[in-house]
Each structure stands twice: as structure tokens, then as C-alpha cells.
Write a protein that binds this ligand. Structure first.
Ligand SMILES: [Zn+2]
Length: 333
């Protein structure tokens, strides 16, 4: 069974080694290191060192393009679209956004550079985290992308102009665009001899990737997963429903396409008194037959105050216990 935790924010290898030892001792066998635009620009050799020492400590390594181009999830800044306006996504009202367009050839060449740097490190898997077209919570009127490239491609594919109000045909275009981008990226990773994992935003987000079957059927996708995180104030029943439905969907898709299934457990923004939600979510994923479960993030996300849980130590302890129970259950099956 794969048990993993995400890790970010520390770039001093001496401290990272101490944390990797602690992660291994807590029973994990995988770690996900974030690899943001900043890492590619300022820390490529340090990242290589951090990844190498994680392996030395007995952890298999996943890396994700954290917040890169804002096409992927994460609390990392992205300056790609600001520095290269030709790759920016544009809202249907014509406003350039701080996100790169997955259809842009400039963005794709940046991603190629990122893949090469990441795959030169001793990683096992590239984790394509929540690929999406830009959206903002609470702004349902904001739709993308109406950039020059998308407008031309849409015209070529449909013979029409992009509608001002998105319709099903435009939604299908977004799906095709993200599938094309993922096909491009995963093939390159595969050529470097590394694995591809794709984590899909749960369906209640307007990501643009509605058909998960097409994602799972991509030839170089090795693993498919999701992260149906609960919001503050959600009930345990809601968590059970979200994790139950999503785990089953992922497990079925993986089985159908011969891929590995992965689920993510929320370990940030956990309100005091709801730490057991993480245990429950882990158990639900495990009972759905998923043998690859990760949590976000190390120590209940204690060291990033924006994500910190109210009682991060208890979240960490609860998650470790939940994983140990899942491993025992898996062993006994
Ligand atoms: Zn575009």
C-alpha cells in the first residue's frame, strides 16, 4: 500500500532530511514534494538534492507543478502570464488573467522545461494536480478562455466564434483542450521513464474536465485520483457522501482502464473537534479498495498559517493512526 504526505515550504536540505526521517518513522512510504515556478527558477539543484535525500530516507517521491501557470492547484505564486502576456488566459469579457492557457504553445514549452527538470531528479511520479481552466470561487460569471489561441482553435474546430455565455459546445472545447494538454504532458514524462498521476478536482468545481473517463483512458496516465475535500462547517454525513461517491468513481475508472487509483485526504483547515473526519475519509477510501492514499499536508499543515488546522498536532496523529488502520485492513484482506 502507498501511504503519502505532501511537503512544501522548506528548501534547506538539512531540515528537509529531519522531516523526511520523521515522515518515514510515522509509517509513510511516499512523499510529495511541491515543485513550483520558483523552484524551477531558483532551486533546481536544491530540489534534486531534496528528492535524493528523500529516497535515501526510504520514501518514494512524487512531485507536482505546484500552482504552475495557475493551471494546477496550490498556494504558490505564478508569474508566467504576467511576464508573457501572450500565454495568458483571457476571460470571455476580454480581461487577461493571472493564469496561463493550456492551449498556448508558449505555456506548453514552459511545461516541457519543467518536466525535464523534474524528471532529471530521482522521482517516481509526476503528480498533475487539479488541472483546470481558471476560475474564482464566488465568481460564477467568470469564464475562460477567450485568448487568441483558444479563439482560433474554437473557430477551426466548430466554425463558430466563442459564445459570450458558455454553452455545452464550449464546455466540450474546454474538455478537449485539457485532454490535449494532458496527453502532451504525460507522453513527455513517460519518455523520461517516470509515472504520471492525475488528480481531478471534484465535479462541483468548474474545472473544465467533466469527463473523467477520457482522462483515465489517456495511454500514459498511470494513476487517477481525486481530492473531494470538505469545507468548514460541512457535516460528517456530507464528508461520508463525498468520499464514498468519489472513491467509488475513481476505483471503478481505474479498474476499467487498468490504472492505479489514488485518493487524497484533507489535513488542512481542519476545525477543532472534526479531526475524525480525516480518519473517516481514509477508511472510506480504503474500503473502496484504494491502496494509494495521500494526505495534504505534513503536520496538519501547521507551518502555513493560511492552511493551518486549528489543532494541527491532533490532525497529524489522527491521520497517522488512520493510515496504520488502513494498512492493517489491507494486509488482512
Ligand atoms: Zn486560451
Amino acid at each position: 500500500m502507498k501511504i503519502g504526505i505532501s511537503y512544501f515550504g522548506v528548501r534547506n536540505p538539512e531540515w528537509v532530511r529531519k522531516d523526511m526521517k520523521a515522515i518515514k518513522e510515522a509509517g509513510f512510504n511516499c512523499v510529495l514534494h511541491t515543485f513550483a515556478e520558483e523552484d524551477l527558477q531558483y532551486y533546481p539543484q536544491t530540489m534534486k538534492e531534496i528528492i535524493a535525500l528523500s529516497n535515501e530516507e526510504g520514501l518514494k517521491v512524487y512531485v507536482n507543478p505546484w500552482g504552475v501557470g495557475r493551471v494546477f492547484g496550490g498556494e504558490a505564486y505564478s508569474e508566467l502570464a504576467a511576464r508573457n502576456s501572450e500565454m495568458a488566459q483571457v476571460s470571455l469579457e476580454g480581461k487577461p488573467l493571472v493564469a496561463a492557457c493550456p492551449n498556448s504553445t508558449f505555456f506548453r514549452s514552459y511545461i516541457s522545461e519543467w518536466i525535464e527538470a523534474a524528471c532529471k531528479c530521482d522521482i517516481e511520479t509526476v503528480f498533475w494536480d487539479e488541472p483546470h481552466f481558471y476560475f474564482e470561487k464566488g465568481k460564477p460569471e467568470l469564464h475562460t478562455c477567450g485568448c487568441k489561441v483558444c479563439s482560433e482553435q474554437y473557430r477551426e474546430q466548430t466554425g463558430k466564434e466563442i459564445p459570450k455565455v458558455p454553452d455545452d459546445e464550449f464546455k466540450a472545447f474546454k474538455q478537449r483542450s485539457l485532454i490535449s494538454f494532458l496527453a502532451f504532458a504525460t507522453e513527455q514524462v513517460h519518455k523520461f521513464g517516470k509515472r504520471n498521476s492525475i488528480c481531478l478536482l471534484p465535479p462541483w468545481f468548474p474545472a473544465g474536465l467533466e469527463n473523467w473517463d477520457e482522462v483515465a483512458s489517456l495511454p500514459f496516465v498511470d494513476e487517477i485520483g481525486s481530492d473531494p475535500y470538505w469545507e468548514k462547517g460541512d457535516s460528517l454525513e456530507k464528508v461520508q457522501k463525498m468520499y464514498g461517491e468519489t472513491s467509488e468513481k475513481i476505483a471503478n475508472l481505474a479498474k476499467k482502464h487498468g490504472k492505479e487509483a489514488q485518493m487524497w485526504i484533507k489535513n488542512y483547515h481542519i476545525e477543532a473537534g472534526t479531526e475524525h473526519f480525516a480518519k473517516e475519509a481514509t477508511e472510506i477510501a480504503s474500503r473502496a479498495g484504494i491502496k494509494n492514499i495521500f494526505a495534504w499536508s505534513y503536520l496538519g499543515s501547521k507551518y502555513m498559517d493560511y492552511l493551518r488546522s486549528e489543532n494541527p498536532e491532533l490532525v497529524w496523529k489522527t491521520q497517522i493512526k488512520a493510515f496504520s488502520l488502513a494498512k492493517a485492513r489491507n494486509f488482512s484482506v
